[in-house]
Design a protein around this ligand. Sequence first.
Ligand SMILES: Nc1nc2c(c(=O)[nH]1)N[C@H]1C(S)=C(S)[C@@H](COP(=O)(O)O)O[C@H]1N2
Ligand SMILES: [Mo]
Length: 335
Amino acid sequence: MDRVAPKPSMITMKKRITHTFPALLTESLTPLERLFETTSMGVPHIDVADWSLEITGLVDRPTTLSFEDIKRFPKREIETVFVCSGNPRKPTVAMRRVANVKWGGVELAGLLDGLGIRDEATHLWAYGHDHGAYAGVELNHFLKDMPVSRLHEGDVLIAYELNDEPLTRNYGFPARLVIPGYYGTNCVKWLCRVELADKRADSLMTNKLYNDPDYDADPSGMVTKPVWAVAPESVFVSPAPKTKLAGGETEIWGWAWSNCEVGLAEVSTDGGQTWLEAALEAPDGRAWQRFSYVWVPPRAGSYELRCRTTDVKGRGQPADGARNSVYSVKVTVGE
Ligand SMILES: Nc1nc2c(c(=O)[nH]1)N[C@H]1C(S)=C(S)[C@@H](COP(=O)(O)O)O[C@H]1N2
Ligand SMILES: [Mo]
């Protein structure tokens, strides 16, 4: 893949992955100091005065927008769960890098309106300014793609704010793509170019890594599907792993989410043998939903607590072997 935008120097050429333990996700809106970061190749140096967003490919009127141009469009704010799909080379391992944040930016569909997207445009390619080596492969850009049809929901953003603050450097300054309900990896930071195309992008981050076997389409696992929409998942905030509970009544609670609303959250206090329906907060768009259960441990001893959710489309969580497999914590209850 060729370089398509002026090559910025890199502030760091280091991969940086930070993580917040679910037990620390006590607030409904995750404060930035508790937001995970996944930077695959390093952070590019960008001067906002020189920054621009190129819109090109299968459009009748390609254009280039400055940061000022982008800011002139109406600002849209969206609170949504934001979740990393995990290590792309270990797609069946659950990493629990998750947050719930508020993005501010402009609707991409609105920016594209009037540019004349051609009928044959099926995919939108999003290029980041960052470059470098990943998994031994030299990349000129971090590049992802998405179906053009996803734009019709009107909530795909070119975001320049995060939790009411301008995007900071590591989170994609000055602007990034945000696709609510898609895994974080698709939300390209340091965005420099959007390209309309009639096929998937050919790059390590699009059609090589980040593709799962699609067992529904083909039981042998030979057919794959891109890691786009978030799968149902839930975590406990409380109790934290290894907590020593005093006994008596205790509220066990956490967050549940999916690409759509979730309709059911359940907890198990016996390692998954029996399940109990938890109280579940009403949905609000794609924000995560709080679930809780008042537990009275029957006796002192060790317990394995598990939680699982089912979304309104009827999809649940696998017991193990998946990025969204059931979460569990071990606790002890005293006399
Ligand atoms: N340009 C660019 N965009 C990127 C990445 C990256 O390395 N470069 N990492 C992706 C991954 S894997 C995730 S999970 C999210 C993480 O966003 P955050 O670092 O703002 O939390 O950004 C995505 N967008
Ligand atoms: Mo990620």
